[in-house]
Every structure is written in structure tokens, then in C-alpha cells.
Design a protein around this ligand. Structure first.
Ligand code: ADP
Ligand code: MG
Length: 750
């Protein structure tokens, strides 16, 4: 029978309903899925290494003959030893605890072995636990007839051989996949149309899908082995591009739809520019200038802005937010600035008052713990348009706060909100104002008629303009650019990739708990030098109670026993708003010298005089979180120190995280490692819908292809041209919709 990509795998010869189930668990349901189950490596069995030439330290494929084998029992465990040979050269292979290998090898059998070559104590070469295949041994899976055995055997030597990850408790071996996938390739409908338009193919010199599939599974002898191993052959590139292109096509379409909505065309005249200049407490970095320009030009267009501002901790996002706010306020609109925690909202409120109030802007704070009467009053101010900048937590959207004339929404530390929440939030803005966008508007122009007065007049006088507010989301989680492009493919992205001048890199050390006394001594010296310190107790949500107790205990011990003559404060999420505010203020003013805190300080807290952070149980926490925490120090000119305490027994992954923290201050590097350790689905703490999982692409490895895919998607969505026919576009869109519906569960696209 002829196979179509959508044919269920159980119609592939050799796969019955039972195996189909095993494969389904692996995400392989259709022929198309099967064909995209790519080899995770290749063995060069065309030019295998000769045993005599092997060097210790290399990964090698060796084809050699079994000489002898047997099981040794040492005191600690049984070890299976196999000796293979080529002429007079010998190679030893060892497997630990491998009684199951007894009787598996017969002298004279040919083996393909793969593993890391090492030297044993006597200087002989050996491979520990190599992967192996007995060549020509087709009986493994049973059921094959003679001709098939021959054919299968011919796939195993004298060529580059694909190695698939075995699955189904090892039942589905690499050899099994080779046979099955080969058969599927041979029987695949040869006349499938290529859903990628010819012009796009030409731009990137893409090979056809059919050729790509053949070459990726059965590379020709001349193919570069390095390219194969790193997924950089033309075949790999075509398949990876396919996957990314259709994701980006969907996102591009979404973006188009957004752009079709009516937004506010803010004016940016000399008066507004002046107002911005006046508030700036320092010279902006060139990255800040560039980003503000990007934001300002979005705000000037008549479309709603949807922009993500990414900037590592301390890169100076707050001031950008304030500048954007001024543009909106000067145009007679209100601005909402939302933070993920009360403490951060409060801090923004303080800075906003310091920086913006002197310009006469009216700023209010609205958080969950503001007391009822005050809340009512504040809400009235917001509804009447008296409040121009409204700073708050989620309460701002949960309580359906009515704005008189909302023009800009700024969401700080967006990583805390999660992707889906972000979408909901954007939808809700319209709801919160209770307005529908209207096609024609002229609000901003009205304000413009009286330049410079925007801030002082009551907003109610301004002819109310009904349009979608602009949205700026800011995040300090340095989302790798690649991930940002897919996750936020429907947002425009600005990157603050420069820190304000005068920062010295933070020195980070990992230290075992038994050396705590030295650490406290060090803290004491820093405080004597008139600096301040954080001692952080990261709270894991599941054990919140216990962890809080630990933080409280720590606080008591530090205050009473270790630093009796210093001021040691305590800050955690359960304190009421007043207490939080007081503690933060005292720390800011230097009255508190050591602040014991839970992770509530993770985001945004800004006290430049704090130069030490001691993080307890640092090995238990994620990289992104550690990096966020560390970002609280190193904010002034003085040298800062981060001490990562751990119990001594650290898991391997924990150790990798600590090492990364010690090695680098670069948030982007940390984020990429984090992404590698956790995978995109976990990157934001919880698995979230809407993050595509990939069959062949790898966002870190393939970031250039992702950018190309984005570019080409924009080209296709832009519409027909001399290069691009209508039919090609609709074929691509059709394919995109079925892919989105199938793989990403996001059927609602365009
Ligand atoms: P984040 O991006 O983490 O939100 P902040 O906006 O809190 O960073 O800025 C970190 C610190 O750097 C603040 O104290 C801020 O006042 C200061 N800062 C920001 N931009 C500059 C600049 N261009 N020159 C000097 N200091 C700056
Ligand atoms: Mg911030």
C-alpha cells in the first residue's frame, strides 16, 4: 500500500496494534511522526576505526571480531568482559553488573561497538559499557524471512548507519527502527506537494522534503560526518526549517491580526521629549536609548503596541517604563504598571514618586493589601481619571478596575505571569475599560491641540478615545532570544543588552555549610565597611510553612547569636503590607544592615548599597531563580559578593547549576544553560500550554534557522508577489493550520 504522511503507523509493515501503542507513547502516531523520528547519532561503518589506531579519550566506532568473553565476580559487583580483535590488535570491553550478557557473544561474531576509548591501569585500551550490535544478527526481533535478513544486514555495514534511540523498554532497537523506517520511506507516496513555496526554498537552498527524509535516515557515503552529528546536513536543515517555519507562519498571522486592531497613535513632540528629558536622573545607556526609541515608535503608530522588553537584572528597565508612561500621560492617557509582588509594586511606587512626582504626575498605588476605604478612594480616582499612573499588583486586573482612559499597560517581570496569563491579561484590558475599539478616532490629536498641558489638565476634558491600549511587558528572565521568538512570536522584542556604567562583576562562590563561620565573618567585614547584606532563604512552595520557620529561626540566630550588635531584619511574603513596607524602607535607608529574606526579594528590589548575598540551600533552586536573586546585589560601584551555601552533598544537576553561577554573571548564558537543563516546557517553572514541543528542532542549536523561519514567514504573509503565487500561499497556510491543530493544540489561529 502507498503510505501518506497522515497514515497511522500501524499500517506500516512490522507494526501491529500493540507496537503502535508503544510508539504512540513516544509521540509517534503517524507515518509522518515516524519519519521524523531522527537518528540521534550515526556510526561510520564505511570507514570504521582500526583498533590499532585508537587513542585514549576519543569516541569511536569499531568493527571487530569476538575473541572471548566471560563474567568476573569482584567483591563489589559482577563485571562482564569481552575481548574483540582485528588481526593482532585487541580491545577490551567491560560492562558492570551485566550478568545478562552471559552467553550473548560467540567467538567469530562481528560486532559494531561504540563508546569512549580509555586506557586501563596497564596502559591497554578499553571501552567501558560500549553500545554494540552483533552484525548480521537479525534474529533479535524474530519473524523476518531470509531475504529480509539479508536486506537488513546490508543496511548495517559498509555505510553510514543511523542509530535511533531504542524505546519501549528496549524492544524497539535501533536495528528495528532502521528496518521499519526504511520500509516506510520506500513506500511513501512519491508525489506529495512541497508545502514550502518555491521562493522560500530558493532563499535557503532547501532540498525537497523527500530527499531530506531519505538523506537524514540514510546519508550518502560522501556526507560530512561532522555535519551529520551536529544536524547540519542539508537534509537536517530542511526538516528543522519545516518545523520552525510553520510555527512562525502561525505566529506571524496572529501578529497581523493584532496589527489590524485600532490602537492609539501617541504624539511625540518636543514637549513630550522635554518632559522625558527632565525626569532622567542619569545618562541613559545606548541600549536604553535604542529601546526607548523602539517603544516610542510603536506608540506613535495607530496600532496597539505589543512589545516585550527583555533585560537582564539591573539593566535599567524601570526608567524605560517610566519614560513610556510619560509619553502616554503627556498625551492625556492613564497608565497601569503591574508588578508580580506587593513589594515590587511598592518599590515602583517609591521610585515613581521620586522620579515622576516632581513633574506633577499623579501616581497611585493599588495592591491587595491596601485597606478597603483607601482602595475605594483610589479606585474612584482611577475611574475619574485623576490618577495618571496606577501602580499595582495583579489586583489591578482581578478587581476589574475601571479606568477613565487607559492608554498604556506595563507589565513588569512578566516571567512570573506565565504565558497564558499574559494572553488573558491582554484580552481583559478591553474588558476592564468596558470599551470596544472603534475604527476611527482622534483622541491624541485633541490633546495635541494644547501642547504641554496634558499632565495638568483633567483627563476627563479630553475627548475620550476608544482604542486598545498599548502593552509593554518587561522581563528580567533573560529568555534566550530563540525562545522569545517562538513563545512571544506574536510580540515584538526589544533587548537591553548593556548594563549601566560603573558596575563591577559580582564575585560568586559556592561554599559548604560547614564553613558558615567564615562566611559570617566576611559579612561582618562588609558591614563594617558600611555595606549591607542579604541572607536569603529561598522558599519552596510545597514546604512554605517549614521554610518560613527556617527563615525565622535563621533570623533569630543571626540577630541574637551571630550579629548581636547589628541590625538584622526579616522579610517574607506572610508579613502584612505595612510591615513589609517598613522593613523595606529601613533596609533602603540603611537602618537594617542585614536583611534575612525569603525569595520575595527575588524580583526588582533595588538597594545599591547591598554588596553581599548569602543564599542558603542554593543547590535546591533553579538557575533562573538564583540569577534573579543575585541580581539584587552588584547594583552600585562597590564590589559585590554572592555566597551560595549548600549542605555538601549536592546532586549532579545541582552542582551544574552552582558551577554555572560561579562561572558567569551573564544572564543570557545562564538562561541558555537553564533551558538546556530543563527543556523549554519547564523553563518557566510550570509546564504551560502553548509552548510547542519540537520533533526535530532544538531552539538553542537552531536559533539561526528560527530567525530565518521568522523572516520567511513574514515574507509569505506579506502576500503574493512576482516570486510568490497565491496558490503557494494558501497551500502553506493550509499546511500550517493542520500542523498547529495537530502539534500545538492551538487551532484558533487565523
Ligand atoms: P531592572 O532592569 O532590573 O529593573 P532597574 O531599572 O531597577 O533594573 O535599574 C537598576 C539600577 O540601575 C537602578 O538603581 C537604576 O537607578 C540604575 N540605572 C538604570 N539605568 C541607569 C543608567 N543609565 N545610568 C546609571 N544608573 C542607571
Ligand atoms: Mg525591575
Amino acid at each position: 500500500m502507498m503510505l501518506e504522511p497522515s497514515t497511522p503507523v500501524q499500517y506500516v509493515k512490522g507494526i501491529g496494534p500493540r507496537l503502535a501503542e508503544v510508539l504512540a507513547a513516544k509521540g509517534i502516531e503517524t507515518v509522518d511522526d515516524l519519519l521524523h523520528y531522527l537518528p540521534f547519532r550515526y556510526e561510520d561503518r564505511l570507514n570504521p576505526r582500526s583498533v590499532a589506531e585508537l587513542r585514549a579519550g576519543e569516541m569511536a566506532t569499531v568493527i571487530a571480531e569476538v575473541r572471548n568473553s566471560g563474567l568476573f565476580r569482584t567483591r563489589r559487583m559482577p563485571i562482564f568482559q569481552l575481548t574483540v580483535g582485528q588481526g593482532r590488535s585487541r580491545l577490551k570491553c567491560l560492562w558492570f553488573n551485566a550478568t545478562y550478557l552471559q552467553g550473548r557473544f560467540q567467538p567469530g561474531q562481528m560486532l559494531a561497538l561504540y563508546g569512549k576509548v580509555e586506557e586501563d591501569r596497564d596502559g591497554h585500551l578499553q571501552i567501558i559499557q560500549p553500545q554494540f550490535e552483533v552484525l548480521g544478527d537479525i534474529n533479535e526481533e524474530g519473524g523476518a524471512d531470509e531475504a529480509e535478513k539479508k536486506a537488513a544486514a546490508s543496511l548495517e555495514v559498509g555505510r553510514i548507519v543511523p542509530i535511533y534511540e531504542s524505546t519501549g523498554q528496549g524492544k524497539l532497537t535501533p536495528r528495528w527502527f532502521r528496518r521499519i523506517i526504511r520500509w516506510a520511506l520506500e513506500n511513501l507516496n512519491p508525489d506529495l506537494p512541497d508545502p514550502i513555496p518555491a521562493a522560500v526554498r530558493a532563499h535557503l537552498s532547501l532540498v525537497s522534503p523527500r530527499e531530506a527524509l531519505w538523506q537524514v535516515h540514510w546519508p550518502e557515503a560522501g556526507e560530512s560526518f561532522t555535519d551529520l552529528q551536529s544536524s547540519r546536513t542539508p537534509a537536517h536543515i530542511r526538516l528543522i526549517f519545516d518545523e520552525l517555519f510553520f510555527i512562525e507562519l502561525g505566529l506571524e498571522l496572529k501578529r497581523r491580526e493584532q496589527k489590524a486592531q485600532t490602537g492609539i497613535a501617541f504624539q511625540l513632540d518636543a514637549g513630550v521629549r522635554d518632559a522625558i528629558k527632565k525626569i532622567l536622573p542619569f545618562h541613559p545607556t545606548s541600549a536604553q536609548k535604542r529601546v526607548l526609541k523602539e517603544i516610542a515608535s510603536d506608540m506613535q503608530t495607530p496600532y496597539p503596541m505589543r512589545r516585550l522588553l527583555q533585560g537582564d537584572v539591573g539593566s535599567g528597565k524601570t526608567i524605560i517604563a517610566f519614560e513610556a508612561a510619560i509619553i502616554a500621560i503627556e498625551n492625556g492617557y492613564q497608565v497601569a504598571l503591574m508588578a508580580p509582588t506587593e513589594i515590587l509594586a511598592q518599590q515602583h511606587y517609591f521610585s515613581a514618586r521620586q522620579i515622576l512626582e516632581k513633574a506633577g504626575y499623579r501616581i497611585v498605588l493599588l495592591t491587595g493589601s491596601v485597606e478597603q476605604d483607601r482602595k475605594r478612594l483610589v479606585r474612584r480616582h482611577i475611574a475619574q481619571g485623576n490618577a495618571q499612573l496606577v501602580i499595582g499588583t495583579h489586583a489591578l486586573l482581578q478587581d476589574r478596575v475601571e479606568f477613565e482612559k487607559l492608554g498604556l499597560v506595563i507589565v513588569d517581570e512578566q516571567h512570573r505571569f506565565g504565558v497564558m496569563q499574559r494572553l488573558k491579561l491582554m484580552k481583559k484590558e478591553g474588558g476592564a475599560t468596558g470599551r470596544q475599539p472603534v475604527p476611527e478616532r482622534k483622541g491624541a490629536g485633541d490633546v495635541q491641540a494644547q501642547p504641554g498641558e496634558g499632565a495638568r489638565r483633567t483627563i476627563r476634558e479630553v475627548h475620550s478615545a476608544d482604542a486598545e491600549p498599548d502593552v509593554l511587558v518587561m522581563t528580567a528572565t533573560p529568555i534566550p532570544r530563540t525562545l522569545a521568538l517562538t513563545l512571544y512570536g506574536d510580540l515584538d522584542v526589544s533587548v537591553l543588552d548593556e548594563l549601566p556604567p560603573g558596575r563591577t562583576p559580582i564575585v560568586t562562590k559556592a561554599v559548604a555549610d560547614e564553613r558558615a563561620a567564615e562566611v559570617w565573618e566576611f559579612v561582618r567585614r562588609e558591614i563594617a565597611a558600611r555595606h549591607q547584606a542579604y541572607v536569603v532563604y529561598p522558599v519552596i512552595e510545597e514546604n512554605e510553612e517549614r521554610e518560613l520557620k527556617a527563615a525565622e529561626q535563621m533570623h533569630r540566630q543571626l540577630r541574637e547569636k551571630i550579629f548581636p550588635s547589628l541590625h538584622v531584619g526579616l522579610l517574607h511574603g506572610r508579613l502584612d503590607a505595612d510591615a513589609k513596607e517598613r522593613v523595606m524602607r529601613e533596609f533602603q535607608q540603611g537602618k537594617i544592615e542585614i536583611l534575612v529574606a525569603t525569595t520575595v526579594i527575588e524580583v526588582g528590589v533595588d538597594v545599591a548599597n547591598a554588596t553581599v548575598m548569602v543564599i542558603e540551600h542554593a543547590d535546591r533552586f533553579g538557575l533562573a531563580q538564583l540569577h534573579q536573586l543575585r541580581g539584587r546585589i552588584g547594583r552600585g560601584a562597590a564590589k559585590s559578593y554572592c555566597v551560595l551555601m549548600h549542605g555538601g552533598k549536592v546532586s549532579e544537576e545541582g552542582q551544574r547549576r552552582l558551577d554555572a553561577m560561579v562561572r558567569t554573571n551573564d544572564g543570557f548564558q545562564i538562561a541558555e544553560l537553564d533551558l538546556e537543563l530543563r527543556g523549554p516546557g519547564d523553563f518557566f517553572g510550570t509546564k504551560q500550554a502553548g509552548i510547542p514541543s519540537f520533533r526535530v528542532a532544538n531552539l538553542i542549536r537552531d536559533h539561526q534557522l528560527l530567525e530565518a523561519a521568522k523572516r520567511e514567514a513574514a515574507f509569505v504573509i506579506a502576500g503574493p508577489s512576482a516570486e510568490l503565487s497565491k496558490e503557494e500561499i494558501s497551500l502553506a497556510l493550509k499546511h500550517m493550520r493542520s500542523r498547529w491543530a495537530l502539534s500545538y493544540g492551538l487551532a484558533e489561529v487565523g
